[in-house]
Design a protein around this ligand. Structure first.
Ligand code: FES
Length: 227
């Protein structure tokens, strides 16, 4: 742990700073830290451990080794973070995500703000067409703003939209704030799955019934009791 005056990437100032590589350079300490993480999640039936390259990859590797499952590493690219080089996650596989540093969740807040900014550019900003359960008829079309559950089938002719992060401005346009693109005929959807005006897709992407069994588990296809 370093002491001084630090300007964090979140914009906050801090009198202390945990330099993760000071821990990662000691396999013994890294192993002990990862053992604590692995022991905490051992009972949850994790099938893979994912970590962002660079710092998170070391932690993901060791936690996966201790749990006896595979590790996958997300690399940053034009379209945001992705699992490249043939790394795969099977449908339905439980994935534990480990990251090295989280301060304010700034990236998450940026994404939520982006949804508000495109209200005048989407066809059905208030989700009047009933393509979501009543509990998801809100600004983010979700139960918890930070998690979105969508049916990945375009409402035009049924192709599969691809995620396009806010970093894909070169391809999507200078004012692109993140969302989804259906490559078949170019329908664009925002981060809440709302279709942009002028797209061939007539309505928003569908939000299926879903319910939170716990903070970390969602069951899709089932409504909350009484919802
Ligand atoms: S199927 Fe998606 S735009 Fe045509």
């Amino acid at each position: 742990m370093l002491e001084g005056h630090f300007l964090l990437s979140s914009g906050l100032h801090s009198p202390i700073y945990w330099e993760k590589f000071r821990i990662l350079q000691h396999p013994e300490f890294t192993g002990e830290l990862c053992r604590l993480i692995a022991d905490h999640f051992r009972v949850m039936g994790v099938g893979a451990v994912a970590g962002p390259a660079l710092g998170g990859a070391v932690l993901a590797y060791e936690v996966a080794r201790l749990l006896g499952v595979k590790a996958v590493y997300a690399e940053r690219g034009e379209e945001g973070r992705a699992f490249r080089r043939g790394q795969t996650i099977s449908p339905g596989e439980k994935v534990l995500i480990v990251d090295d540093v989280l301060t304010t969740g700034g990236s998450l807040r940026e994404m939520l703000e982006a949804v508000k900014k495109v209200d005048d550019k989407v066809t059905d900003p208030k989700s009047e067409v009933p393509l979501q359960p009543e509990y998801a008829k809100n600004e983010y079309r979700s139960i918890k703003p930070e998690f979105l559950v969508l049916v990945g089938i375009c409402t035009h002719l049924g192709c599969s939209p691809q995620q396009k992060s806010a970093e894909a401005k070169g391809e999507m346009g200078a004012d692109w704030a993140g969302g989804f693109l259906c490559p078949c005929h170019g329908s664009k959807f925002d981060l809440a799955g709302r279709v942009y005006k002028g797209a061939p897709a007539p309505v928003n992407l569908e939000v299926p019934p879903h319910t939170y069994l716990s903070d970390g588990t969602i069951r899709i296809g089932e409504d909350r009791k009484g919802a």
